[in-house]
Design a protein around this ligand. Sequence first.
Ligand SMILES: [Zn+2]
Length: 170
Amino acid sequence: MVAKRSADINAARTIALSVPDPELPFLTLEDLGIVRNVSIDGDTIVAKLTPTYIGCPAVSVIEKDVFDALTKAGFNARVIRVDSPAWTTDWITDTGRQKLKDNGISPPETKSTSPLAAKNTIALFSQRTVACPHCDSTNTEKLSEFGSTPCKAQYRCLHCREPFDHFKCH
Ligand SMILES: [Zn+2]
């Protein structure tokens, strides 16, 4: 009985973590770090997700995708949104960051790699250092606050002259 339950919960967790992001399908929810917890309540799998960005249209799509994936696998599923603690781009895994880069999108800066931004919050708003995913140059300029989706800003590298998207949020 206990063994069966634990097998089920592992399968359910794997399914929830492997759901692709609707806008960046090469990223899974595990890569994004938004699945907080998968547990079992009676005969129902409860997946707790933390939205990446309040007001982003992808959030409700992600919740539905997790629900659908679990239901399709034969689970009774419930998806709960957990707002606190708030998601930050620091929760994106190293694998996720590498996948962003491999797909020509510059990953968001982290607190750990951007000590200036961590120490001085004004720096977050006045100047963000965005590195080119092609040549790693930080000599870049923002072309548009919105790229192909609201979650991406459009940049151009002044070093290799390639345009690229910068992942901001969800
Ligand atoms: Zn470049």
